[in-house]
Design a protein around this ligand. Sequence first.
Ligand code: KG4
Ligand code: ZN
Length: 335
Amino acid sequence: KKDTYIFGIETSCDETAAAIIKNGTEIVSSVVSSQIESHKRFGGVVPEIASRHHVEQIISVLNETLEQAGLTFSDMNAIAVTKGPGLVGALLIGVNAAKAIAFAHNLPLIGVHHIAGHIYANRLVKEMTFPLLSLVVSGGHTELVYMKEHGLFKVIGETRDDAAGEAYDKVARTLHLPYPGGPHIDRLAAEGQDIYGLPRVRLEEGSYDFSFSGLKSAVINTVHNAEQRGEIIIPENLAASFQASVVEVLTEKTVRAAKEYNVKQVLLSGGVAANKGLRAALEKAFDDLNNIDLVIPPLSLCTDNAAMIAAAGTVLYEQGKRDGMDMNGHPGLDI
Ligand code: KG4
Ligand code: ZN
């Protein structure tokens, strides 16, 4: 059987990325150009700045990806690109680059859902065994996704307000930490103690949905109340208290869903999957569940990258799924 090479492109938010994946599981090359420095002084991603950076970076990222692999576009079987969800102006840079390459080299064009990409990052670590459950935790999403087979996604729970990463970033801002705040809170939390008695928001009994805005408000109130009383907040302890609440609820619901849905595998996905507290808590929880295999990708595959898009794109390619030259960017695409 001949090898399959899929070229992936990701520009949905603040990373311009491209990658080549061989046979759906092997990273041949992967390049990520981050814009974080440009957004830092605004405390978050500014859509217009993101679009401009993608325009400036895309050609060199594409070329570097081919150079690292020692391959050309004519060696590729298809071009896969994130078509949504994300910032529309940012998505359009990747989508149009992919269309241009597909047209010029007569290659099939495959649109990929960003969250499907995050889930398929795990396939670059280990072969997927179905049925499986993925906990998707990123800056824009917090979802429990059940998969019976390749390409079939069923959202069994999701956040009703803030995404986990969004809550991390907002809490970090309250503590005057730079954007993106997740890694900073994670680092502080390791040095602090869970002493602030923050709420664990579980919603109705049996629900797999999440809510983080109340927790975020509780953190802000804790800081304001302390300021009013002239008390000092220990950032390490507040970070540890916040993280303990997030990690406890995420872990608890993931374990319960994994058991109820009788899954063989649990995959951790998305930027917040880089969180040390969450990784450790899940490892501990699934240690006792011998019949469920927990997969946690390396940090570089947790945050946005194009290897995951090419990995998800390979499955769509093999299933014969194709997009036309009328493909668009979809800011609010459903999985
Ligand atoms: O998946 P991602 O790179 O972009 C989106 O698709 O949203 O996720 C970015 C999010 C940010 O909110 C960032 O603060 C969070 O992931 N993040 C973390 C950690 N590293 C990144 N959150 C908690 N702990 C971390 N170590
Ligand atoms: Zn993402």
